[in-house]
Design a protein around this ligand. Structure first.
Ligand code: NDP
Length: 458
């Protein structure tokens, strides 16, 4: 039986592009189909443009901080349209690089949606063409989820549309308390938008270490975000003037110009024809795979957010790479999901790796905790009251550092380096015998001496 391609990849995001290129470099005849834009969520409407928006919003405070160092300037103005134009030019440039890199490795790029007809056949929905492939990799990612039972939900935007706002709103309401909600609440508050975050729980960033959660929650409020907890949207109404009234479960009404839902994402498997090939999914529509990212169908694999394992760009890339190594380079390999560093680009940002204190206590029982909070040196002159939080979670039995959690300027940069030590199994003593770099914030990580004793154990 001969096929048009050795490998057909559906989705040209982080995971799909890496898998397609590496497979082609190993000699496979590869095609990749993409229904939206080459680069996927991270490059087009996720990590990359989001981080530029974070940078933009931080400047407001930096102008204030500069005064503490003797600088004076006219009242700074923010040109939202101008900035968004620059941001999209950069996104276009990156998407172009992704496209060129695929073409340079000989991958056929089909810029239309592909759906499965059977386990070896795909239909391209725009051109109507049918192609066959020996192997298929599904890397279609995820899409923003919105509750369908809230009247007026169609008046809300998601993280897809937030990068295409025509103007900077005056008032914004954001639903959710996870990565996206917290990051964008910081962005819009920093840009001077009257921002309200509505979260159904008590403290944002569920699942993170408790010290991260409380610190970020307090900093959100200190930065001017109004945080409403224990509430969800029950109804939204839009007036002729475009003003949206959000009614909350606590009875409160909030008026806004833009309302954004950031209440989670779901695998983009709807309508993909997976049932035609017999690919098994879980009850959330995520494709079920083994450790080599293989589905229950012999010639079909899936990587990235569509498998809902660990929904992070670098993880999707590594899963895509492991797929190519296993299937086309004859080097079976899989990704290890422990000690993956993560950042939340809140303000200040979070950097975290390993286990939270709660999870470590649950797993090991005997755990030592070292933590500190302090004002960063720079802020002693700016007058900003922002605090840095740093924390090490150490397994009692062998003193291995099993978690490191930071909230503060440059936390993501610091945690990337700390993650090497944690992944290698460094002990608290290894941290202690590492010489401090002075003056820096990160030096606190190697000078933490006093164990934290929880009040209930004191
Ligand atoms: P998250 O899963 O992080 O957060 C979802 C939030 O929505 C939670 O606070 C959750 O509450 C709340 N929620 C869920 N269902 C409802 C509901 N029915 N009504 C009201 N609130 C609800 O999702 P995000 O959308 O923020 O991000 C999606 C994923 O994208 C992340 O998990 C992450 O993997 C990835 N991402 C990573 C980033 C990074 O690495 N910096 C940045 C952005 C996204 P509760 O806490 O109670 O469950």
């Amino acid at each position: 039986m001969s096929y048009d391609y050795d490998l057909f990849v559906i989705g040209a995001g982080s995971g799909g592009v890496r898998a397609a290129r590496r497979s082609a470099m190993a000699g496979a005849k590869v095609a990749v189909a993409e229904e939206y834009r080459i680069g996927g969520t991270c490059v087009i409407r996720g990590c990359v443009p989001k981080k530029y928006m974070v940078y933009a919003s931080e400047f407001g405070r930096m102008f204030e901080h500069a005064k503490g160092f003797g600088w004076t300037s006219e009242k700074p103005e923010f040109d939202f349209k101008g900035f968004m134009k620059t941001l999209h030019a950069e996104v276009d440039r990156l998407s172009g690089i992704y496209l060129r890199n695929l073409a340079n490795t000989g991958v056929d790029v089909l810029e239309e949606r592909a759906e499965l007809v059977d386990d070896h056949t795909l239909r391209l929905t725009q051109s109507g063409k049918t192609v066959t492939a020996e192997k298929i990799l599904i890397a279609v990612g995820g899409i923003p989820w919105k509750p369908s039972d809230v009247p007026g939900i169609e008046h809300t935007i998601s993280s897809n549309e937030v990068f295409h706002l025509p103007d900077l709103p005056k008032r914004m309401v954001i639903a959710g308390g996870g990565f996206i909600a917290v990051e964008f609440a910081g962005v819009f508050a920093g840009l001077g938008v009257e921002t309200t975050l509505v979260y159904r729980g008590d403290t944002v960033l569920n699942g993170f270490d408790w010290d991260i959660r409380t610190h970020v929650h307090e900093e959100l409020k200190r930065k001017g975000v109004r945080v409403v907890t224990q509430a969800i949207f029950t109804e939204l109404e839009k007036s002729e003037s475009g003003e949206i009234t959000v009614t909350l479960s606590n009875g409160e009404d909030i008026k806004a110009d833009v309302v954004m839902m950031a209440v989670g994402r779901e695998p983009a498997t709807a309508g993909l024809g997976l049932e035609n090939a017999g690919v098994a999914m879980d009850d959330k529509g995520a494709i079920l795979v083994d450790e080599y990212s293989k589905t229950n169908v012999e010639n079909i694999w899936a990587v990235g957010d569509v498998t809902n394992r660990m929904n992070l760009t670098p993880v999707a890339i590594r899963e895509g790479q492991a797929f190519a190594e296993t299937v086309f380079q004859d080097e079976p390999s899989f990704f290890e999901y422990d000690n993956v560093p993560t950042a939340v680009f809140s303000q200040p940002p979070v950097g975290t790796v390993g286990l939270s204190e709660e999870d470590a206590r649950h797993q090991f029982g005997d755990v030592d905790v070292y933590k500190t909070k302090f004002r960063p040196m720079k802020d002693l002159l700016t007058g900003d009251e922002e605090r840095v939080m740093m924390k090490l979670v150490v397994r009692g039995s062998d003193q291995v550092v099993v978690g490191c959690h930071i909230v503060g300027p440059d936390a993501p940069e610091i945690i990337q380096a700390v993650a090497i030590a944690v992944k290698m199994g460094a002990t608290k003593q290894d941290f202690d015998r590492t010489c401090a770099l002075h003056p820096s914030m990160a030096e606190e990580l190697v000078t933490l001496r006093e164990k934290y004793v929880p009040p209930e154990l004191a």
